[in-house]
Ligand binder design. Structure first.
Ligand code: NAD
Ligand code: GLY
Length: 362
């Protein structure tokens, strides 16, 4: 087992990574504050892993909320189901919520924990690659609105992140690939050596080689933990974690939540960011093309769906990095070095938005 720490003073917390951790009650027990524990999961994950998590909780008064599955259910209405269940159960401020599932469950459970009785204990047990390498770490919680993704939420850190890598054995292939988009992101923004490693090990990751997956999760979580410790509430450098997300969130929202998976939209968005970086003279064309090749090698989309530039701009204006309507982008100065920039030339942006399959190709 690997154990990392997100350093946030008295709110610091561990990330445990390994196969079989859903049998390790000892890792979970120290983070419970009372007998009142509620596991929040969904109808897909419950039959697979709920019993194992219940077994870990032994004598506790364990309750469960089983939500419908899908990004389209990441709403305030669904979070209200959690609130109502906690109230019915008479759960008090000392209760603990456990998120068991992917990023959708993690983000909603975290938001419920941040707001139920103004804040209760919260533990993440992520079961998708995407949630293991990204969403379970760092305390961003929230829900979507029809006009914008993740537009309502709170920063609220978990007490512990428990990653059982064996849960990836049941993950559909499309979801595995979506998770690889966020893994590649860490190489592109901050870690060129990891990017080299990913190029050499992509086939192993795609065939779910256990040691390759564990390494990719450990490096990703370490990268994220370091950035979150330096800038918890995204006053500055944490924004680089959003490489590809300005384009990606526009794709997800415009296409209808759940149509393009988050990781797929981020993949195409990262190719768009590399393309724009090249057109702005920040990144060499060969490097933009290499970024595109790595993303393609994970079986991910490297071009957006056929949205008009006007549609892109309309949805991108809702981006949380935009300041009073002025767009800001995470761009690449090199593979492994991200920067955040505003004031992007509109004609260069329009070229990227309409390049389609010609992105990052001269
Ligand atoms: P998801 O939560 O929808 O899970 C993907 C699918 O896999 C679902 O159908 C789920 O039921 C199923 N599943 C989960 N674990 C499984 C397992 N072990 N075996 C079989 N099926 C399993 O999607 P996701 O990709 O995990 O998360 C995407 C969400 O995360 C988006 O809403 C995105 O906005 C959010 N996100 C948040 C952050 C953050 O910092 N909070 C970061 C990145 C993404
Ligand atoms: N996924 C972006 C962040 O956590 O900041």
């Amino acid at each position: 087992m690997e154990s990392l720490k997100v350093e946030l003073g008295d709110r610091s917390y561990p990330i445990h990574i390994g196969a079989g951790l859903l049998a390790r009650a000892d890792l979970l027990q120290p983070h419970l504050r009372s007998e009142q524990v509620c596991i929040v999961t969904n109808e897909t994950v419950a039959p697979l892993y709920l019993a194992q998590v219940e077994n870990m909780l032994g004598k506790h008064k364990v309750s469960t909320v089983i939500l419908p599955d899908g990004e389209q259910h990441k709403t305030l209405e669904t979070v209200s189901v959690i609130f109502d269940r906690l109230l019915e159960l008479g759960f008090s401020r000392s209760c603990t919520l456990i998120a068991l599932g992917g990023g959708v469950i993690g983000d909603m459970t975290g938001f419920a924990a941040a707001t139920y009785q103004r804040g209760v204990n919260f533990i993440q047990i992520p079961t998708t690659l995407l949630s293991q390498v990204d969403s379970s770490v760092g305390g961003k919680t929230g829900v979507n609105r029809p006009l914008g993704k993740n537009m309502v939420g709170a920063f609220y850190q978990p007490r512990c992140v428990l990653i059982d890598t064996a849960t990836l054995n049941t993950l559909p292939e499309r979801e595995l690939k979506a998770g690889l988009a966020e893994v590649i992101k860490y190489g592109l923004i901050n870690n060129p050596a990891f990017l080299d490693w990913l190029e050499q090990n992509m086939a192993a990751l795609l065939r779910r080689d256990a040691s390759a997956l564990t390494k990719s999760i450990t490096v990703s979580c370490q990268e994220k933990a370091t950035i979150v410790a330096a800038d918890e509430t995204e006053a500055g450098m944490r924004a680089i974690l959003n490489l590809g997300h300005t384009f990606g969130h526009a794709i997800e929202t415009a296409m209808g939540y759940g149509e393009w998976l988050h990781g797929e939209a981020v993949a195409a968005g990262m190719v768009m960011a590399a393309d724009l970086s090249w057109r702005m003279g920040l990144l060499q064309q060969e490097q933009a093309a290499r970024a595109k090749r790595i993303i393609a090698s994970a079986g991910l989309p490297v071009a957006p769906p056929a949205l008009t530039p006007e549609t892109f701009v309309r949805y991108m204006a809702k981006d949380k990095k935009a300041d009073q309507g002025k767009l800001r982008f995470v761009l690449l100065e090199a593979l492994g070095k991200a920067v955040v920039k505003g004031g992007v030339d509109g004609s260069l942006l329009a070229t990227t938005l309409s390049a389609g399959p010609r992105l990052a190709a001269s």
